[in-house]
Design a protein around this ligand. Structure first.
Ligand code: SF4
Length: 697
């Protein structure tokens, strides 16, 4: 951290990492970021976590891609074999014109043989252009992004039951709550600034109910800690709702006025008495009853959840239960109440809103609706495109294996690390006959590319992002991209021109203006306004800073009524057995971000957490003859990795927790690609694994 006198200018922007969307000021000297400070954004009020404050210098890393690259004719076979000092053995440098021509020629006229993955790390405008290119240019909806791997099941349940995929209240609204449930989330590590609000809430007497198979740092602040068995969410939540019905704790007036399907829900819940469900979820019946009473009796309650809820083959059912719990207790639409899936990446809400998903156009408008498609093709001045929902992330990789998809455009995503059963995805990438990768580093996915387009990092470009709170904020270019790297929107426009789409945008603000034509969520939000302030959508007038709480007077569903959808118990896709006796849970840790391409090149973060590690209970390690710091081998039905063992009492004795940021021990070599049938999200949070002591190398 430099002295404040050291910088020669400062630029205000939004943090590049998580969905909290902290605003920060970047202090710059000689076109380099010296340090970052939190400023007074609506979500962070001057706060930053370690990633926001110290994690910015990846943008100046020597590994940054500086020139377009084309695979050499004499390159070795495609695989994970491109070391930073061997790039020129595999690729040759090219001009932008040549690289864009080769990239476009490998996709042009190939219709359904082409698919695209956009990015939640790009701006709203870039996400919008990406989905437009696939739909307008290739006539179908095979376009997706990492929301498929994080909250797709939450969104499926929210759309089904309240008619909207976004949060009903900002996380800051917890200051008006009496009780809050946080389930399947570890905000102190994954949404650290949001966690500061959760901690403050408990200091003023709020009751925090933490539910998670792994003990989290937040449990120190909890009035109730329910460390339930992995995969038993539906049993536990249905038991809690059973008590609410049995003891008449529900909000009859709210249910009658605002919801549908209550009778079916009540009937369904009879089958989930706490005494029986306790045997499945591992939580004592008295605790389940106490939690039910605490939440239902509160004047104002909120529910927050993370990927511990969503990343299961029953992820949609898990979210259905949370939605029903909030509805039956009337904890939606008032101060201190609400449903809040904590979104992961800095623009995963915005990328989804911008239509970067295979079943929805911008503003979650269904591709199956003829009128909706017409509204877009009228603006785009183009032909109609398919009314069929497109394929999702994992389905696209399956289609590559089946020979149906042969060409892909991947912008800022890293499926060679992030997909479940990742060897399956890596084999698919190697099989493609044309792969265009647009990124800031030579990612594991770029290893398989035919053309690599070097792009600007977040702090090198301008555009809007939407955080977990529905707050739309402007990110500003603070420094220049290295070498010949270009902003993603510019690259998209140049590619589209070569695909014959006739795009003429010269600035992201023009894209934003086009988005507004078919996105009601952006009503009253203008580029000029965003230059001055963040706006929470929906904003009811040009003076309205936006609505932190929505649906107090009805839901965007038939007759304005929400729905309760009963959820039955669906077991995980595989169970531990003699051969694979432990449960594998994958996730993030404070210092590292997703597939590690940014944070492992951020000097402070990498110094704090430099090596792949895995956490197990000390008793389990002792039983295996393993000391903390020893190496262990984890093996599932998909593959095997070697990793350093850590002792952590918060991990249950029959569980293993493995972060997924480390390529040398890629967690997704182990994970199961079984999908939730509604959200099509893989089961990252439950696998059967064997653990053995491994030799140090
Ligand atoms: Fe960035 Fe999230 Fe940390 Fe805020 S909480 S500084 S948005 S990583």
């Amino acid at each position: 951290v430099g002295d404040s006198k050291d910088f020669d200018r400062e630029v205000e922007s939004v943090c590049a990492y998580c969905g909290v969307g902290c605003q920060l000021s970047l202090k710059i000297k000689d076109d380099k970021v010296l340090y970052a400070e939190g400023i007074d954004g609506p979500a962070n009020e001057n706060r930053l976590c370690v990633k926001g404050r110290f994690g910015f210098d990846y943008i100046h890393h020597p590994h940054r891609l500086r020139k377009p690259l084309i695979r050499r004719d004499d390159a070795p076979p495609k695989g994970l074999n491109v070391e930073p000092d061997q790039i020129h053995t595999h690729f040759r440098e090219a001009t932008w014109d040549e690289a864009l021509d080769v990239a476009a020629n490998g996709m042009k006229g190939r219709g359904r043989e082409v698919a695209g993955f956009g990015s939640a790390k790009c701006s709203n405008e870039e996400a919008y252009l990406f989905q437009k290119m696939i739909r307008q240019g290739f006539g179908h909806n095979n376009v997706d992004h990492c929301t498929r791997l994080c909250h797709a099941s939450s969104v499926a349940a929210l759309m089904e039951n309240i008619g909207s995929g976004a949060v009903t209240a900002t996380f800051n609204e917890i200051e008006n709550a009496d009780v809050a449930i946080i389930i399947g989330a570890n905000p102190i590590e994954n949404h650290p600034v949001a966690a500061t609000y959760f901690k403050q809430f408990t200091k003023r007497g709020g009751k925090l109910i933490v539910m998670d198979p792994r003990g989290t740092a937040l449990m120190r602040y909890a009035s109730h800690m329910l460390q339930f068995k992995p995969g038993a969410d539906v049993s536990m939540l249905n038991a809690i709702m059973h008590v609410i019905v049995e003891e008449g704790l529900y909000d009859r007036q709210y249910i009658e006025a605002m919801t549908d399907n209550w009778d079916a829900m009540k009937e369904h819940l009879k089958g989930f008495p706490p005494e029986e469900m306790s045997k499945i979820c591992g939580i004592e019946p008295d605790v389940l009853r106490d939690v039910a009473r605490t939440f239902a009796d509160a004047q104002a309650g909120m529910i927050f959840w993370g990927m511990g809820v969503s990343q299961h083959i029953h992820g949609t059912d898990n979210s259905r239960c949370l939605i029903s719990l909030a509805l039956m207790t009337g904890h939606v639409g008032r101060p201190g109440t609400g449903l809040h899936p904590l979104r992961g990446q800095n623009n995963v809400q915005g990328a989804s809103d911008a239509g970067l998903i295979p079943m929805f156009l911008p503003d979650m408008q269904p591709v199956t609706d003829d009128g909706v498609r017409k509204a877009f093709t009228d603006v785009w001045e183009s032909e109609d495109f398919s009314s069929e929902k497109g394929l999702t992330v994992v389905e696209i990789m399956d289609a590559v294996h089946a020979g149906d998809i042969k060409s892909m455009y991947i912008l800022g995503e890293n499926p060679a690390m992030s997909d479940p059963d990742v060897d399956h995805a890596r084999d698919a990438l190697a099989k493609l006959d044309h792969l265009v990768v647009q990124d800031i580093f030579m990612t594991e996915t770029a290893n398989y590319a035919d053309v690599i387009l070097p792009s600007a990092a977040w702090y090198e470009k301008s555009g809007t992002v939407t955080n977990t709170n529905r707050q739309v904020q402007l990110g500003r270019a603070a420094v220049s991209p290295p070498g010949e790297a270009k902003e993603d929107w510019w690259i998209e426009v140049e590619l589209a021109k070569r695909l014959g789409l006739g795009w003429t945008y010269t600035d992201p603000s023009e894209v934003f203006a086009e988005m507004k034509l078919n996105m009601k969520s952006f009503d009253n939000i203008t580029w000029d306004r965003l230059q001055k302030t963040a706006v929470t959508y929906p904003s009811l007038s040009e003076d309205d800073p936006g609505q932190p709480i929505v649906f107090g007077d009805g839901f965007p569903r038939p007759e304005g009524r929400a729905k309760m959808t009963p959820a039955s118990v669906i077991p995980p896709a595989e169970f531990p057995d003699e051969e694979y006796p432990f449960v594998l849970i994958t996730g993030r840790q404070l210092e590292h971000w997703h597939t590690g391409s940014m944070t492992r090149r951020a000097s402070v973060l990498d110094a704090v957490e430099p090596e792949a590690n895995c956490s197990m209970h000390p008793k389990t390690l002792r039983a295996l003859g393993v000391e903390p710091g020893d190496y262990i081998r984890l093996t599932t039905r998909r593959g095997s990795v070697r990793v350093m063992a850590r002792s952590d009492r918060a991990v249950a004795e029959d569980n293993v927790f493995l972060p997924f940021a480390y390529v040398e021990a890629a967690a997704n070599i182990l994970t199961n690609s079984a999908l939730d049938p509604y959200g099509k999200i893989p089961e990252f949070k439950f696998g059967a694994v064997r653990v053995e002591k491994a030799e140090a190398i």
